[in-house]
Design a protein around this ligand. Structure first.
Ligand code: SF4
Length: 597
């Protein structure tokens, strides 16, 4: 566990004597705001001016911390955040009691102040290797290559800590699990391979799952409570076979977390239902010009003809409109489908449609064909994108005939068809998934992945390993989504700083075609905010519980002066690190996380 006792006012003041000397001699918070902003600016100027005495890495750190410090000190930030970091510093310096400030808040200030001085933890990856060579030409290249070999060996050690569902041991284990489950469910292997059998036997009750899998008591209770409260829930027998039949399961943590809700989630969801709280976090209601359609961008829209999935992801952003796994009546009426298709036809700006839901590949072949036929008849549509998690949850759904149907609507030079899937973890990727993807790619249908960067996929190199396995089976990484600020999914959330650290440290070590994904934050009502560059957001405050408060600028800010910004509260970094420590991670390994803003 992390020793949090040092994150207190005394330690903080000892580590940043200059800042607190100023704070102690200032008589008002307004004066302090101006003094600290000036001081941060001077520190940045000095770092660039003394460039020959401090390292490049330190200059960048001082620059980033100074920018954050200045932003935190502005009145605009304080007003938007309804919290004053300057007031907190003032109170700490003047020994005014501040019971509201937590160790996570002190930790944030500590690392910010250290960073302003060009100090703080360095990267455990970068410091070991890649030292500038004293040679030139071929000799330098050989030396660089040697260092890169060492770096790769280091990286590979970390990558191979994770398991893939393609590993021989996992394949054998899953074969055995499949036979066990078939025997208990009195099913033949042919039935197992038939997606309609899988869908007809979705597992929905804690007791039936407990017959097939060792459930922890908390899991059992959470499923029971979820069902009692009518929360959507279901697992395909295939996906259940990916879980290890041991209670102390480690490898399948991400797989279980994907479908088995946590007690806190069930509690929050039940409460939201009781009080009638709206769970439409993405404000789809505000971006839906007609039933079944969502439009956030000029040339693409979402079309949702089928409102359920073979199994339900716990943190699904549409958990407010999906009633249950494969619930009857999920298919939209013909009248609504007709109206939606006509709406697309009437908007020629739309040249791409994302058919999603729910999971559209859980519809029958005939229903899919009918919808694609209607869409393909719209002359302005250049791409039909199908969002489906079935390659991962139900790979037997991607039959040859289904792949033929999808391919039939691909007309090179006129219209493409693509599948966007959602794989969360390398342990989910099996030979069945690989075969399903292959059936699509052989027919000219590309397959992309959208990863949701949850706690369960966020250890060092965990996502990098997934990308490597995905590209090995022909899936191109497309987006990595920061988890959304929904209260009920707190157990899944990861600070933005960790996603940035992953992208800039681990992902950067992979070849370009293995890291084609873009890290994004989906701004409610507005759409994707690219996280890679800080020009799209500002850190405006650090709240008493240590959460960072970000102001996101919408994608259209450069073409519309009236675009509104969106403010979102992150999860405290210290809390996240404590959770990592609790599952055996070395927190030292994540040291630079504090400096990704
Ligand atoms: S597959 Fe997509 S739509 Fe279906 S439950 Fe999961 S996140 Fe939601």
């Amino acid at each position: 566990m992390i020793d949090t006792s040092k994150f207190n006012p005394t330690y903080l003041q000892a580590k940043a004597p200059e800042i607190f000397a100023i704070a102690r001699h200032t008589h008002s918070v307004d004066d302090l705001r101006a003094s600290l902003a000036r001081m941060a600016n001077e520190m940045m100027f000095e770092a660039f001016d003394d460039y020959d005495t401090i390292s490049e890495g330190s200059i960048v750190r001082v620059r980033d911390c100074a920018k954050v410090m200045i932003r935190l000190m502005t009145r605009r930030s304080e007003d938007k955040a309804r919290f004053s970091v300057a007031r907190a510093i003032f109170d700490i310096a003047h020994n005014n009691p501040r019971q509201d400030l937590t160790p996570a808040f002190y930790a944030e200030l500590l690392y910010l102040f250290l960073g302003l001085q060009g100090r703080g933890p360095g990267s455990t990856l970068a410091d070991l290797h890649l030292i500038p060579s004293r040679y030139a030409h071929r000799k330098a290249a050989i030396e660089r290559s040697r260092q890169l070999d060492e770096l790769y060996a280091e990286m590979n050690l970390r990558l191979t800590k994770f398991v893939s569902g393609l590993d021989q041991e996992a394949v054998k284990q899953r074969e055995a699990r499949q036979q066990q489950i078939c025997a208990r469910m009195q099913a033949s292997i042919d039935q197992w391979k038939d997606w309609t059998w899988q869908v007809a036997h979705i597992l929905r009750e804690a007791d039936e799952i407990a017959q097939l899998l060792k459930l922890r008591e908390t899991e059992y209770q959470a499923i029971q409570k979820a069902r009692a409260n009518g929360l959507p829930f279901g697992i395909t027998p295939y996906y259940l076979s990916l879980m290890d039949d041991t209670q102390d399961a480690e490898k399948d943590r991400a797989i279980r977390a994907q479908v088995i809700p946590s007690p806190a989630y069930v509690e929050k969801m039940a409460e939201a239902q009781r009080f009638g709280h709206c769970l439409d976090f993405m404000l789809e209601a505000d971006t839906s010009p007609i039933d079944l359609i969502t439009r956030r961008y000029p040339s693409i829209c979402i079309f949702k003809p089928f409102n359920t999935c073979p199994q339900i992801c716990v943190y699904c952003q549409r958990n407010w409109e999906i009633d249950d796994a494969m619930q009857p009546g999920a298919m939209a009426s013909q009248k609504k489908i007709d109206a939606a298709v006509e709406w697309i036809r009437a908007h020629p700006a739309i040249h791409e449609v994302l058919v999603t839901g729910g999971d559209p590949l859980a519809m029958s072949d005939a229903e899919i064909e009918a919808i694609l036929e209607r869409l393909a008849a719209i002359p302005t549509l250049e791409r039909i994108r199908i969002g489906s998690r079935t390659p991962v949850t139900l790979p037997m759904r991607i039959t040859g005939p289904l792949a033929d149907i999808l391919a039939r609507f691909r007309e090179n030079g006129r219209r493409q068809v693509a599948v966007v899937t959602h794989a969360q973890h390398s342990y989910e990727i099996t030979p069945d998934t690989a075969a399903a993807v292959d059936r699509l790619r052989k027919r000219g249908i590309p397959v992309y992945n959208q990863l949701v960067y949850t706690f369960f996929a966020s250890r060092r190199f965990e996502a990098a390993f997934l990308r490597r396995i995905l590209t090995r089976i022909g899936i191109d990484p497309y987006y990595t989504f920061n988890t959304k600020g929904k209260e009920e999914t707190l157990d899944y959330r990861v600070p933005i700083a960790r996603l940035l650290q992953e992208q800039k440290e681990e992902a950067r070590l992979l070849p370009g075609l293995s890291r084609t994904d873009e890290a994004v934050y989906n701004v409610p009502g507005l759409g994707k905010n690219y996280l890679r560059a800080t020009v799209h957001r500002d850190l405006i405050s650090i709240l008493p519980d240590g959460s960072r408060l970000y102001e996101f600028h919408p994608w259209e800010k450069n073409i519309s002066r009236t675009a509104k910004t969106h403010i979102s509260e992150d999860v405290p970094i210290l809390d996240y690190l404590q959770r990592l420590a609790a599952i055996g991670e070395s927190v030292h390994d994540y040291g630079t996380i504090w400096y990704y803003y």
